[in-house]
Design a protein around this ligand. Structure first.
Ligand code: ZN
Length: 411
């Protein structure tokens, strides 16, 4: 099959007019100008018209299990109040609700232009649904527990779940200790050990709020109150007295080149540690706005050479799961980010963040993961048209399979 469109963006630097992508099974066979390659490949041509074919977007941080919590969780001023609600609500979710949340989340992700997701999975429910879905995914199995008596159960649960899951071309297992205010040092180190021995990727939520920094410095503040409300004992908690990033270094986590979600509050020394360790950061721009955080360190991180990618986070703290919406938001609110940088953030940087290969560019022999954005073709620069509020994703292809098509698309 050959997809043809007014434009094809192959990577952050290359835009082709009258572009075409030739697919062969799950891979890309050729890319180039339509007129130059049409006669070389006698395949069915799908002409997408006024559209931009580009690499599928990579959402490096989401929680599909929480899709059904959209508008259910009230957003008060404090992050910990939100977290209390989401924790207590999620504890009541049954298998059917979680299955449906995952199915809905996958559909919304595909519709919004994501071909790959880094998904945090907490409950253990709905894993087969996730595994059998058509989207490409790295599934980070989440563990948490601050009290010493949960360590044995949690470590055994994670090991058992990992053993029960088999990776395939679209499904990769990984681990994620939740966050330093909810997960003991022992559990972090256990995750680091299995990540090392089983060669698994590791992610964690880190430096998300000022309250987290206070809790790690002094053991006081909102998180101490939250844990108290959840009847979680702080007996085993010894505040390390350092920043969250320095704490991860102390635990040996940074040695694993982890994917760190949020990183909203960083010192210069933190950024230096991240750069030297080769860690990646999942910045969630609209979730950042949802919680009224300000001044994310994205420019400082990139200037230091840290690989930054983009996540939506869950529908409990975002307005949609669309990566195209995330791109438009960044273009509107982060003027210092050049178009080519934005393309990298949402494609190839995501690939690196998830430690995957051969996705994030349209290139011969790479995976056929691509999208087609419908544009008005009004003469403006292509990137401006993609980021126009009226543009929409017409089609999402993962590993050569059309997984989503817009109702207005006739092919
Ligand atoms: Zn998250």
């Amino acid at each position: 099959m050959i997809f043809r469109a007014k434009y094809a963006i192959l990577n952050d630097r290359t835009i082709i007019e009258d572009g075409a992508v030739v697919l062969c099974g799950s891979k890309i066979r050729e890319v180039g100008r339509y007129t130059e390659i049409r006669d070389l490949y006698p395949a069915k041509v799908v002409d997408l018209g006024s559209a931009v074919i580009m690499p599928g977007l990579v959402n490096t941080h989401t929680h599909l299990e929480l899709t059904h919590h959209k508008n259910l969780v009230n957003h008060y001023a404090r992050f910990t109040d939100w977290l209390f609600q989401i924790t207590t609500r999620s504890n009541c979710d049954d298998c059917q609700q979680i299955n449906q949340a995952i199915l809905d989340g996958i559909q919304l992700s595909l519709a919004g232009g994501a071909t790959t997701i880094g998904n945090i999975h907490s409950s253990g429910k709905g894993l087969e649904t996730l595994r059998n879905s058509q989207i490409r995914k790295v599934v980070f199995l989440e563990t948490l527990g601050l009290s010493s008596h949960v360590f044995a159960d949690e470590s055994a649960r994670i090991s058992k779940t990992l053993k029960s899951l088999r990776n395939d071309d679209l499904f990769t297992t990984a681990v994620t200790p939740h966050a330093p205010y909810s997960t003991s040092a022992n559990l972090y180190q256990y995750c680091a050990e299995i990540a090392k021995s089983d060669q698994l990727h590791l992610s964690t939520h880190i430096a998300e709020t000022k309250a987290e920094i206070e809790f790690l410095q002094y053991g006081t503040g909102e998180f101490a109150e939250l844990l108290n409300m959840l009847n979680i004992s702080l007996d085993a908690w010894n505040p390390p007295g350092v920043t969250p990033i320095a704490y991860l270094r102390k635990l040996g986590i940074l040695d694993l080149q982890p994917l760190l979600a949020h990183c909203n509050y960083l010192t210069d020394n933190d950024i230096d540690l991240l750069a030297r360790s080769g860690s990646s950061v999942a910045f969630c721009p609209r979730s950042h706005k949802y919680f009224s955080h300000t001044n994310h360190s994205i420019m400082r991180l990139m200037a230091a050479g840290v690989n930054v990618s983009i996540g939506t986070d869950s529908l409990a703290s975002n307005w949609s799961l669309s990566m195209l919406d995330e791109l438009k938001f960044l273009a509107d609110n982060y003027e210092e980010l050049l178009p080519e940088t934005l393309i990298s953030l949402l494609t190839i940087n995501g690939t690196r963040s998830l430690k995957l290969k051969y996705i994030g560019k349209l290139e011969k022999n790479w995976q056929a993961d691509l999208i087609a954005i419908g544009i008005s073709d009004d003469g403006r620069p292509v990137f401006d048209q993609i980021c126009d509020q009226a543009s929409e994703n017409l089609m999402t292809v993962v590993a050569g399979t059309i997984c989503y098509r817009n109702e207005n698309l006739e092919i």
